[in-house]
Design a binder for this molecule. Structure first.
Ligand code: KG4
Ligand code: ZN
Length: 345
């Protein structure tokens, strides 16, 4: 497709039909990672820089939006410079600049998006705004030859969705959580049993040392492809209370929780892909880094499905996935006046 540069309005061809190499620089700042990357033709990562704020937010037990936004301000120029340095490319080599528009923390998004718009203006290149959730899905295009159609399970800190990806630009959410997102459930349960932030990956680690059958926990009963995790969270709370201050069998609780979550997610993903008749499934989002969810999804290979999951570094927030999304034009925003948004649009 054709995109216009911001000043001179000269046209640039972007995407698989461009007929020339595209180098897209992207910026991601929706939550607690300041990231910049350059990706060639949507799949080949030339540079990928991520500045994590985990150390900052650890002492508060969660992300403090105001502090996160200020830290993005401190890091943004550094990650952009490092992305250029690592790539050996110059601004004139860049085909377009892409940035995350939302959903995310508004103050954080503003930092990255304004940096992206400024780069596009200063270097007279097209600007492409990207939806963060679509970007997570596109992490599956990096270093692979994956093409739609496929069924996707998107599991992050704020979202749990089953998405029917018919083509690069046609995607339909066919199921989602009616209460907590999976990542949120992980983080809440982790806090409940006394694990520090970020709880998800720590809980995953302990779960691998525990017995998944130690405690029977309830799977949320919801219609269709939807999910519910709040009942499970309450069940873990009750379980923890039942120990009445005695030492908790932490590893077994983690393993039982993880078993319940992964079983529920993969059951619905399998149902969706079977009903739609696709032969490819993918997982995406921060929680796609989870060991048991990955294992159960990859078990679908035994039934003949092609299974894709991004490597860990492209599961959690990064800018390569944003660049890939801009290239494949999945739900992007061209208008340079586009405003950041906090919730799904
Ligand atoms: O996609 P992401 O980086 O940010 C959002 O867009 O939300 O996801 C962050 C979420 C957090 O809830 C974090 O605890 C969870 O992903 N997470 C995990 C694992 N690694 C990250 N949850 C379970 N197991 C993991 N290994
Ligand atoms: Zn994310």
């Amino acid at each position: 497709m054709e995109k216009k540069s911001l000043f001179s309005e000269k046209s640039v061809k972007i995407g698989p039909q461009a007929g020339c190499d595209n180098y897209i620089m992207a910026i991601e700042s929706s939550c607690d990672e300041t990231a910049c990357a350059i990706v060639k033709n949507g799949r080949e990562v030339i540079s990928n820089i991520v500045a994590s704020q985990i150390k900052t937010h650890e002492k508060f037990g969660g992300v403090i939006p105001e502090i996160a936004a200020r830290e993005h301000l401190d890091s943004i120029n550094v990650v952009v410079q490092e992305a250029f340095d690592q790539s050996g490319l110059k601004p004139e080599d860049i085909t377009a600049f892409a940035g995350t528009v939302g959903p995310g923390l508004v103050g954080c998004l503003l930092v990255g998006l304004n940096a992206t718009k400024t780069l596009a203006l200063v270097h007279d290149k097209p600007f492409i705004g990207v939806n963060h959730l679509n970007a997570h899905l596109c992490a599956n295009y990096i270093d692979t030859d994956l093409k739609p159609p496929f069924m996707a399970l998107l599991v992050s800190g704020g979202h749990t969705q089953i998405i029917d990806v018919e083509s690069y630009s046609k995607q339909t959410i066919i199921g989602e959580t009616i209460d907590d997102a999976v990542g949120e459930a992980y983080d809440k349960v982790a806090r409940l049993i006394g694990l520090p932030y970020p709880g998800g990956p720590r809980l995953d680690k302990l779960a691998q040392e525990g017995n998944p059958k130690a405690f029977e926990l309830p799977e949320g009963k919801v219609d269709g492809y939807n999910f519910s995790f709040s009942g499970l969270k309450t069940a873990v709370l009750r379980l923890v209370k039942s120990f009445d201050g005695q030492q908790l069998p932490v590893n077994d609780i983690c393993a039982s929780f993880q078993e319940c979550v992964s079983k529920t997610l993969v059951k619905k993903l399998r149902k969706a892909v079977l009903e739609r008749g696709y032969n490819q499934v993918v997982i995406a989002g921060g929680v796609a880094a989870n060991s048991e969810i990955r294992k159960k999804v990859f078990d679908l290979e035994k039934e003949g499905f092609r299974v894709c999951a991004p490597p860990m570094k492209y599961c959690t927030d990064n800018a390569s996935m944003v660049a890939s999304c801009a290239y494949f034009n999945t739900n992007t925003f061209d208008d340079v006046d586009v405003e950041v948004f906090s919730r799904v649009k």
